[in-house]
Design a protein around this ligand. Structure first.
Ligand code: PXP
Length: 249
């Protein structure tokens, strides 16, 4: 399936590396997971190289770029170390995320509005290297506007609060509004964090979205049904949500 209405699926394979690292060997191999995801309908691979290397390693990133045909979206903190690694590996895209050492996963969005000046040269260096820069932000107008001022081509909206809300309607409306605003400003809009079979539909139906990045649920589900089935199951749910949204008058 292709065309402007196609919603891309980026499969985040960090937690394949989490399981591998639990025993310190090389199984399960995240590169193999990337190949399986590609064959099952993923449009891209996402990997977060964290400062503490708790899941992905530098060698994993180099291999993902060299050996996997799908575009790599490298999630990274805005630090000199990560900038150097991105420039050395030249992934297709880099998504800048906030990072705190003690957090279990990425907790909030990047405060682009508060860090505009320090992010500007960072974003410029990545862009000059031909890396498509994305900023992972909360669905707030001031963050979208700051991202647009920085001239990045892409933002990724943080769907964690939506995914974890007891009453997700308000959070969904915030995502819809931010996606509209960003698309009107000429930004390509992605979304991710905490998405699962149960909650992906309403997000996939947001017409301005071009890509979803999904990891933890898919790797967890793969324990029960295999990674290929988990990825193709997500792909099917995303496509069904898009089809029914498009069919609405
Ligand atoms: N997008 C970004 C920017 C993230 O940091 C993460 C988590 O690494 C994801 C998407 C995927 O989130 P999850 O693993 O909850 O699907």
């Amino acid at each position: 399936m292709s065309g402007p209405r196609h919603l891309r699926l980026g499969v985040n394979i960090d937690h394949v590396a989490t399981i591998r690292n639990a025993r310190g060997g090389d199984h399960p191999c995240p590169i193999r997971a990337a190949h399986v995801a590609a064959a099952a309908g993923a449009d891209g691979i996402t990997a977060h190289l964290r400062e503490d290397r708790r899941h992905m390693t530098d060698a994993d990133i180099a291999r993902l770029v060299a050996e996997v045909a799908l575009p790599l979206n490298l999630e990274m903190a805005a630090t000199p170390e990560m900038l150097a690694i991105a420039l050395a590996n030249r992934p297709h895209a880099a998504c800048i995320v906030p990072e705190r050492r003690a957090e279990r996963t990425t907790e909030g969005g990047l405060d682009v509005a508060g860090q505009e000046a320090s992010l500007r040269p960072f974003v410029a260096r990545l862009g000059e290297a031909g890396i498509r820069v994305s900023l992972f932000i909360a669905p707030e107008a001031r963050q979208v506007e700051a991202a647009a001022r920085l001239g990045v081509p892409v933002i990724e909206l943080h769907t964690g609060p939506y995914a974890h809300a007891a009453e997700p309607g308000v959070e969904l409306a915030r995502l819809e509004e931010a996606a509209r605003l960003a698309a009107a400003a000429g930004l390509e809009v992605h979304a991710g964090h905490g998405l699962s079979y149960a909650n992906v539909g309403p997000v996939a139906a947001i017409p301005e979205l071009a890509e979803l990045n999904i990891g933890h649920f898919l790797i967890g589900e793969a324990v029960f049904c295999g990674l290929a089935e988990a990825v193709s199951g997500m792909r099917a749910r995303m496509d069904a949500a898009r089809r029914s949204a498009n069919a609405r008058p």
